[in-house]
Design a protein around this ligand. Structure first.
Ligand code: ZN
Length: 140
């Protein structure tokens, strides 16, 4: 239910676990064990400590709620964390990705980073620009 929010939080650089297979109680236990805040739309958990209940149904509203309550440094947004698996990205040289990204991407970007877990390649301009536009739209 919060998959899109989780992807965005990761793109913004926040360490974000997302595991739809875990039930509410298991998720809360894991969050507490790891010193995390649990984000949920489950009203029953609204008053629990270490839980942020999200009022909004859509990811933009949810992102706004999270950032309002837990502002974090977004200066490394875009090339720091894999949106798919939450791992930290490693910067790689252009030559390392020449055959792994579309030619126009290679030609128009200087900085690339790779997720060593899933192999996904991220690049500067388009990801970061898209994110900035989205943040402006959200009003953050
Ligand atoms: Zn990954």
């Amino acid at each position: 239910m919060l998959a899109r929010l989780a992807r965005w939080l990761r793109l913004l650089g926040a360490d974000t676990l997302y595991d739809p297979a875990l039930g509410g109680a298991a998720m809360l236990a894991r969050a507490r064990a790891e010193g995390r805040v649990m984000l949920t739309r489950d009203k029953r958990l609204r008053t629990a400590p270490d839980v942020l209940y999200l009022e909004s149904n859509d990811f933009r509203g949810q992102l706004r709620e999270v950032m309002r309550r837990y502002p974090f440094d977004r200066s490394k947004a875009g090339l720091s964390r894999c949106s798919r698996c939450n791992c930290m990205l490693v910067e790689v040289g252009r030559e390392a990705v020449v055959r792994r990204v579309p030619a126009f991407v290679y030609a128009s970007n200087e900085r690339f980073a790779e997720c060593l877990e899933c192999g996904r390649i991220y690049w500067g301009a388009s990801h970061v620009e898209r994110m900035k536009r989205e943040m402006e739209r959200i009003g953050l």
